[in-house]
Design a protein around this ligand. Structure first.
Ligand code: HEM
Length: 266
């Protein structure tokens, strides 16, 4: 269920007709296989990547058709807004379609994984869950703390631009063109920033974490992700106030951390 929520939300924002939501969810679920396969160098991993890429091609084609239809007749959705904005004059059709596909991909693995982690974390720390159940105004900061504690986005890459020689990080020279692996999940548990960082404490002093990235490429969908997870968690606390985790599968990925399957019981 948690996997479908962000996909349906983005489908609605893009103005995808309800009759196509099932296909849309299926493409989106298949695309997740790319991230899983990329972690697995075996033939099975390569097969997963091919399977996910095929779904990406189908989704691209579907979004291209929708984009072309909006150029004929505008509607009240994100695709129409881009069509009618001046930005679209400066972008090729390929780039525009790729941007929509990126929106689907960027939210469809991360947001469900944050929800799955919240299910896991709050069952592990029932005192924290009780605080949230009794005071819903704590939900936004509770989710930020869960996100700090175990972010779906554990790792990020940055390439030192050509011509930027002489860069130095913590006394280590970084040659131009180097690829830097930024372990933001570890930074989110830095003991010099958070007391007892391995403890989930939704009442701890709030300060920014790196779960949504940093700098000019910070997450474009962070407000949407926050809203979705907050509404979902409040509803969950109403419907299944004392869930227990029966089984959890964390999957192979160390880049996008979070359950790929989590079974709970009320
Ligand atoms: C809990 C959920 C989410 C997490 C943890 C997350 C995390 C991140 C992170 C860490 C980045 C930075 C990547 C980098 O620096 O290379 C990023 C970028 C991005 N995210 Fe999210 N994201 C989430 C949800 C979403 C949603 C729902 C959307 C859109 C519907 C979205 C759209 C994007 C886009 C378009 C970028 C690229 C921004 C750019 O390059 O300028 N994300 N996200």
């Amino acid at each position: 269920m948690v996997r479908a929520i962000p996909t349906v939300v983005i489908a609605k924002l893009l103005g995808i007709p309800e009759a196509d939501h099932r296909d849309f969810i299926e493409w989106s679920e298949r695309m997740v296989a790319i991230a899983e396969g990329a972690m697995d160098p075996s033939p099975h991993g390569q097969e997963l990547v091919r399977y996910g890429m095929a779904a990406t091609v189908e989704l691209n084609e579907y979004l291209r058709t929708n984009y072309q239809a909006r150029r004929e007749a505008l509607d009240d959705d994100l695709i129409s807004r881009l069509v009618s904005s001046s930005v679209s004059d400066r972008m090729s059709e390929r780039d525009i379609v790729a941007a929509f596909t990126q929106l689907v991909f960027a939210g469809n693995e991360t947001t469900p994984k944050l929800m799955g982690t919240a299910l896991f974390a709050l069952a592990q720390f029932p005192d924290q869950r009780e605080l949230l159940r009794n005071d819903r105004s704590l939900i936004p900061q509770g989710l930020e703390e869960i996100h700090r504690w175990m972010s779906p986005a554990q790792v990020n890459w940055r390439i030192v631009q050509p011509g930027r020689s002489g860069s130095e990080i913590a006394g280590v020279e970084v040659p131009e063109g180097s690829t830097l692996l930024c372990l933001q999940g570890i930074a989110n548990r830095d003991p010099s920033r958070w007391d007892d960082p391995d403890r989930l404490d939704i009442q701890r002093k709030q300060q920014p974490h790196l779960g949504f990235g940093f700098g000019m490429h910070s997450c474009l969908g962070l407000n949407l992700a926050r809203l979705e997870t907050q509404v979902w968690l409040s509803r969950l606390l109403d419907e299944i106030p004392d869930w227990r985790v029966v089984d959890v599968d964390w999957g192979p990925s160390w880049v996008a951390r979070g359950p790929v399957r989590i079974d709970i019981t009320g």
